[in-house]
Design a protein around this ligand. Structure first.
Ligand code: TXA
Ligand code: MG
Length: 358
């Protein structure tokens, strides 16, 4: 077991001496968890196969699930990709640094250990200044999945990195709560027309404004289909809380009424009920643990809270969780995508006169 050093840093003024030391750890093949604008990352040297193997081991993640390579200068991507399609230049101009990951054909410099055996590489230029400084100090290329143990929600605060990775990484840099709370949008540029493999803050409409038509990986739309998703990570069970999570869709008062009845039935069975709702409805629910994810009108607040709430229900040992559904707005699709994965795609639509079954 490693001794994990925990350091706190302000994004406005990253401490150069600590960053230098953290960069040294990565250059020497060690691991550092660090903040980005989306979620915390678990970083190692992307060009060192041994580092990538360590990342998989620390996360408890299958090694066929490729890692994202983080850069801190646009020109550096020329070293790790073999071809830069014109779409990439337009997207970089519009969204980098920021929460967008692009898939390219890889160059020989990137080991297969980092790409899970694929000939393509995922690249992201984060906007968080601590992340940028760390990438620079580490030699320019950090492979970083989200800094959670495999299957758990991605960490939005450093405390959760500590929970999952204490003793498994050399250092954790606490840079406060992240701004977005959901992982980056992933777009594949290696197959003719651009395809979204994972929805995120940069949504389809924003991408289409830059590129024209953009497809969405069909396995994201019909997740139960037999086809394997193109982002290998999307096939794994994710974020799942220990309690059984169901998303309840329908007219607001109906949802509240049925969830409250279900909570009462659960109580009779000795089961603890959790509810994921919004500020607008929080007062209406009667259950053991009612958590507002934020204002429905402020999707970013919902995005930022979702993973934290899933973890809190684990801590509280809630048995059954009911969540309101989200969607429609700019981030709605990304929020719903993560929620559906957490729920194992259990969604109930309550029509007129319909009741929630046990
Ligand atoms: O916001 C983010 O992207 C965060 C922060 C730390 O940057 N990182 C993150 O990494 O979410 P991770 O490893 O949890 O998710 C990476 C996803 C996985 O679903 C993986 O399968 C997919 O990206 N991916 C990586 N390389 C790929 C490739 N070459 N082709 C297709 N999908 C790829
Ligand atoms: Mg992840």
């Amino acid at each position: 077991m490693l001794k994990t050093e925990y350091v706190t840093m302000n994004e406005a003024s990253p401490d150069p001496e600590v960053i230098r030391r953290a960069g040294q750890i990565i250059k020497e093949g060690g691991l550092v968890a660090f903040p980005t604008e989306t979620v915390y990352g678990l970083g190692g040297d992307a060009l060192n196969p041994a580092s990538s193997r360590k990342i998989y081991a620390a996360k408890g993640r299958p090694s066929d699930n490729p890692l994202i390579v983080h850069v801190c200068r646009l020109e550096d991507i020329e070293l790790i990709v073999s071809e830069i399609p014109p779409e990439a230049e337009k997207l970089a101009e519009a969204f980098w640094p920021g929460p967008l990951t692009m898939i390219f054909k890889k160059s020989d410099l990137v080991p297969k250990e980092t790409t899970g055996g694929l000939d393509t590489v995922a690249v992201r230029f984060p906007s968080n200044r601590i992340a940028q400084a760390l990438i620079d100090a580490s030699g320019g290329f950090i492979a970083a999945p989200s800094a959670n143990r495999s299957g758990r929600p991605s960490p939005t605060v450093a405390k959760y990195c500590m929970e999952d990775l204490d003793g498994r990484v050399e250092m954790i840099i606490d840079g406060g709560e992240v701004g977005i709370g959901l992982e980056s949008t992933i777009i594949d540029l290696t197959e003719g027309s651009p395809v979204i493999l994972r929805p995120g803050f940069v949504n389809r409409k924003m991408l289409e404004e830059v590129l024209g038509n953009v497809e969405v990986d069909s396995t994201l739309i019909t997740p139960d289909s037999g086809i394997a998703p193109k982002a290998p990570g999307m096939k794994y069970r994710h974020y799942a809380p220990r309690g059984e999570l169901v998303i309840i869709e329908g007219e607001r008062d109906k949802v509240v009424e049925e969830v409250n009845k279900a909570a009462a039935r659960n109580a009779e069975l000795g089961l603890k009920t959790g509810v994921i709702c919004t500020d607008e409805t929080e007062e209406l629910y009667r259950a053991d643990s009612v958590k507002s994810a934020g204002r429905r009108s402020d999707e970013l607040s919902v995005a930022r809270s979702l993973f934290r709430i899933l973890r809190e229900f684990d801590d509280e040992q809630v048995d059954r969780i009911y969540s309101e559904s989200f969607g429609g707005g700019n981030l709605g699709r990304a929020i719903m995508n993560r929620l559906m994965k957490a729920a194992g795609h259990r969604l109930v639509h309550l029509g007129r006169g319909e009741k929630l079954q046990d």
